[in-house]
Structures are given as structure tokens and as C-alpha cells.
Design a protein around this ligand. Structure first.
Ligand code: SF4
Length: 353
């Protein structure tokens, strides 16, 4: 057990905050992970920083980047159980959410693990909605291996998996915003290792710090980024070395690689990003819901006024969306960034008003 109270030591927090208050250069840091967005709000980190250091949220909330066309396709299905993690049922499609579809009779069940979906498939044809980043994927890949071993033919997974490093590259290549550093995701890095981000300093001249979720983790990471900016020496630093190593979890990577392969992925609000997703390998095609039900994703149309696309790219912060707090709130979310407990709009609504 790790004693987390030492990462909340007020004296150390005051010392780092006092150092950061002396920092004068305008500096923009993107926290990639939705859990960081929530932690920053929860610990009041933004209020501890000088005005010239801005923290902006990135595309690291898996529910927020789930394309609306996936919801549109799922709600059309009949005679299947759709098993999904809880947040997903409130993600808006073009006309309805899975929650609305459940109210009119579609069999939608919230599960806490893909294994629960596997059990459900023993009773009835079941699709598990495979949403998540590198952190969630190994457990789902392992479940597909188990389904194959048990020769189940009523179980499939829709692979809506996303990979973090290609998304960061896409953001940097798009040149929509100028960043000075990344607060890199702790949970994802447990699986992929800190070396996965080396392209950022090498190709784009921008550094990042893999950070934990306690106040001292986040503040130390921000301080390291300011030091990199000062010295003009961008690098990848692993602040979260109590759980993250350089190469990641090789066993988890092996399971992913056995079942899934890299492919292009559609990110809500961002579009198709090359090599930023994982599809199910041909050897496991009987468990691939996209093939079994011929589900094809397409870029969203329509205009609800939601600015999630700009929020996910760090172009605006949630209060800059005209609908924030007025017509869009957690009880009546208009976009997915207000739905998920890791969504940037939900975090601002909860902690930063
Ligand atoms: Fe979309 Fe609501 Fe966020 Fe605006 S406040 S960007 S409408 S989720």
C-alpha cells in the first residue's frame, strides 16, 4: 500500500505553488486525461497557479470522443442485449441516446466489466460496446480470448478503442493550438510505458510529464514542464514512477496484440485519425460486432450548438461554450463532454463555477 497523504503535504504544496507563482512566461499545458481534468478541478489546482499558466483539457475522455454515429447504429439493433459501461448510455446520438432507446424497449444493460457481458451472452445474443483507451483495452481483449476458448457464439464486441499517442500527434500536426507541454496520462502509461511519447520531443519539440493524480503529482509535473520551457530542453519525464515504468506492462501489451491490431479511428469532434484505434484481428472476427452487424461509423452531421469538438482540441475551455450551464448541464447534457464523469465540461460544471 502506498501512503497517499505524502502526496498531499501542505508544506510541499505551498513550496511548489510559491515557485510557480514566480513563473512569468505565458505557458499553455494540456492535460490529456479526463481523470487529470477531474483531479485538477477537485484539488483546486487551477486556482493555485498564476494567470500566465493555463491548463487546458485534451481528448482523453473516452466517452467524449465516442462518435455519435456509433450510438445511432446501436439504437437501430433488435433482438440483442447491448452491454456497456454506465456513462455511455447517456451519450447523445443524432436523435436519441441508448438510455432513450432503453425506455422504448431496447435491451441495454450497464455492466462494470466485459466479463459481465460475457455472462449475459450465455442467455441472449450480446454486444459489448468496447470504449476506452489503452488502460481498458487489455481486459476486453482478454475477454475475447475467453469467449474464443469457451466457443461462445452469442458474444461480440464493438471495437471503439482509442490510442493516446497518435491523437497527440494529430493535435500537434493540426496546429490549431500552440502548446508548451503535456501532462501525460498516468493510467494509460501504466500499460504503454513512458517511452511511448518520445516522438513528442523528438519530432515536435514539445515535452511532457507522466503524472499521477494527487496534488503534488500534478503540481510537480507542471513545475517540471516550466523548467523544460525555461531551458528549451523538451523531454519526457516520468513523475508517476511509483506505478509507471519506461516500457509499460508487457503482459497487457501481449494480450492486446494477440487479439487486436492498429487501425484508423473516428474521434468525435476531431474526425478520422490514422492508426489511432484498435480493430479486432481476422482470427477473432466472429467476435467483431462491426462485422457481425455491418456497423460502419461516419463523421457526425447536424448542429446542436455544442462545442465539444473545440473543447476536445483545447481550442476553448467549457465556459466559453455559449450553452455551458445555460441549456447544457449534467442533468441535461447536450454534448458528451458534459455526460462523462471524466468530461471536461462536467468537470468545469462541478468544480470551476
Ligand atoms: Fe457541448 Fe455542453 Fe460542453 Fe457546450 S457545455 S461544449 S454544449 S457538452
Amino acid at each position: 500500500m502506498i501512503d497517499l497523504t505524502k502526496f498531499r503535504d501542505p508544506k510541499l504544496i505551498k513550496k511548489i505553488v510559491s515557485d510557480l507563482q514566480k513563473w512569468e512566461k505565458p505557458t499553455k499545458i494540456m492535460e490529456v486525461c479526463g481523470s487529470h481534468t477531474m483531479a485538477i478541478g477537485h484539488w483546486g489546482i487551477r486556482k493555485l497557479l498564476p494567470d500566465n499558466i493555463s491548463l487546458i483539457s485534451g481528448p482523453g475522455c473516452p466517452v467524449c470522443v465516442t462518435p455519435s454515429s456509433l450510438i445511432d447504429e446501436l439504437v437501430k439493433l433488435e433482438n440483442v442485449t447491448i452491454a456497456t459501461f454506465g456513462d455511455v448510455i447517456r451519450v447523445p446520438g443524432k436523435d436519441e441516446t441508448l438510455e432513450h432507446a432503453r425506455a422504448r424497449g431496447l435491451d441495454v444493460k450497464i455492466v462494470y466489466s466485459p466479463l459481465e457481458a460475457l455472462e449475459l451472452s450465455k442467455e441472449k445474443e450480446t454486444i459489448f460496446v468496447g470504449i476506452g483507451f489503452e488502460t481498458t483495452v487489455p481486459g476486453i481483449a482478454q475477454t475475447i480470448l475467453m469467449a474464443k476458448k469457451q466457443q461462445l457464439n452469442n458474444f461480440s464486441v464493438f471495437p471503439a478503442f482509442k490510442l493516446v499517442p497518435p491523437a497527440l500527434e494529430a493535435l500537434l500536426s493540426a496546429d490549431d493550438i500552440k502548446l508548451d507541454g503535456f501532462l501525460l496520462p498516468g493510467h494509460v502509461s501504466v500499460i504503454i510505458g513512458s517511452e511511448s511519447y518520445m516522438l513528442l520531443p523528438e519530432k515536435y519539440g514539445i515535452g511532457g510529464v507522466v503524472s499521477g493524480f494527487e496534488p503534488l503529482d500534478i503540481l510537480s509535473a507542471i513545475k517540471i514542464i516550466t523548467e523544460q520551457v525555461k531551458s528549451c530542453k523538451p523531454a519526457i519525464v516520468n513523475e508517476y514512477n511509483r506505478v509507471v515504468n519506461i516500457v509499460g506492462n508487457k503482459n497487457a501489451q501481449k494480450v492486446i496484440d494477440a487479439v487486436l491490431e492498429v487501425e484508423d479511428a473516428l474521434w468525435r469532434g476531431i474526425g478520422w485519425i490514422p492508426n489511432s484505434g484498435l480493430g479486432i484481428r481476422e482470427e477473432f472476427k466472429e467476435f467483431d460486432a462491426s462485422k457481425k452487424y455491418n456497423i460502419k461509423l461516419k463523421e457526425e452531421e447536424g448542429n446542436t450548438g455544442c462545442k465539444c469538438a473545440d473543447v476536445l482540441k483545447g481550442i476553448i475551455i467549457p465556459p466559453e461554450c455559449p450553452l455551458f450551464e445555460k441549456t447544457c448541464n449534467p442533468a441535461h447534457p447536450i454534448g458528451p463532454c458534459m455526460v462523462s464523469s471524466e468530461g471536461s465540461c462536467a468537470a468545469y460544471y462541478r468544480y470551476e463555477r
